[in-house]
Write a protein that binds this ligand. Structure first.
Ligand code: MGP
Length: 216
């Protein structure tokens, strides 16, 4: 069809056809998981794989059909991980890793929770992180005590790479210096609970720490 010969209606139809037939592929495929908190069941049994996607259109179709984090019950989580990586410490890709943790103050929930989550989702699937190879996935935990958003990275010992990811995350979310981002090693988190977990890295550095951000 020569565009010059076509009526506006025909052009419109042709464009619709092209858009429908040629979705925009993402560089990688991802899988979305959901966990509905239930203290009567094992954690692993609460985790459900929802759907995989590998196109921009596929992502938005899913995003538009599920509840935003702010509307989930407390105790629920979403996980978006590279396809083939299970969102758990036990997966080989996570076993040596850790996560950058953003704790969302309860008073800032309405302004931040959904906004941070979509911002991070877009950064993840759009490969905006310079070190995206090292990122396994992202998580949002909806909690009455305060929600958490985290970026799981593959190797907790690669401090330089993890710090770069943390700095990018801080910039992306526009997190002020007064709020610290903490990098927690999964193996440490797996044996200790909540606030007792000592981070390996922090941004900004822990006040009073000697020479580096590392706090092994
Ligand atoms: P959580 O959901 O990450 O944080 O871990 P929450 O609910 O805010 O609790 P807190 O301990 O951080 O204050 C809660 C619990 O879920 C953990 O103590 C584990 O029992 C279980 N859990 C969480 N993760 C991410 C895993 C995992 O990857 N594997 C297994 N086996 N259990 C997990």
């Amino acid at each position: 069809m020569e565009i010059l010969e076509a009526t506006p209606k025909m052009v419109e139809e042709q464009m619709e056809f092209t858009v429908e037939k040629q979705p925009h592929p993402l560089q990688r495929s991802f899988t979305m998981w959901y966990l509905r908190g239930d203290r009567t069941r094992e954690w692993l049994d609460c985790l459900k794989q929802l759907v995989a996607f590998n196109t921009v259109e596929g992502f938005w179709a899913i995003y538009n059909h599920i509840l935003p984090p702010s509307r989930l019950d407390f105790g629920s989580d979403y996980y978006v991980f590279r396809k083939g990586i299970k969102p758990m410490w036990e997966d080989d890709n996570n076993a040596k890793g850790g996560r950058w943790l953003i704790s969302i103050d309860r008073t800032k929930r309405s302004a931040r929770l959904d906004a941070f989550w979509i911002e991070l989702l877009i950064a993840l699937i759009g490969e905006q992180f310079e070190d995206s190879e090292h990122i396994c996935g992202i998580v949002v935990n909806c909690r009455h005590k305060g929600d958490k958003i985290s970026v799981w990275t593959r190797d907790a010992e690669k401090d330089d790479i993890n710090l770069r990811i943390g700095m990018q995350l801080k910039k992306l979310m526009d997190i002020p210096d007064s709020e610290q981002l903490l990098y927690v090693v999964h193996k440490v988190a797996a044996v200790r609970s909540g606030s007792m977990v000592k981070p390996r890295l922090s941004i900004p550095r822990q006040l009073g720490s000697e020479s580096s951000s590392q706090m092994e």
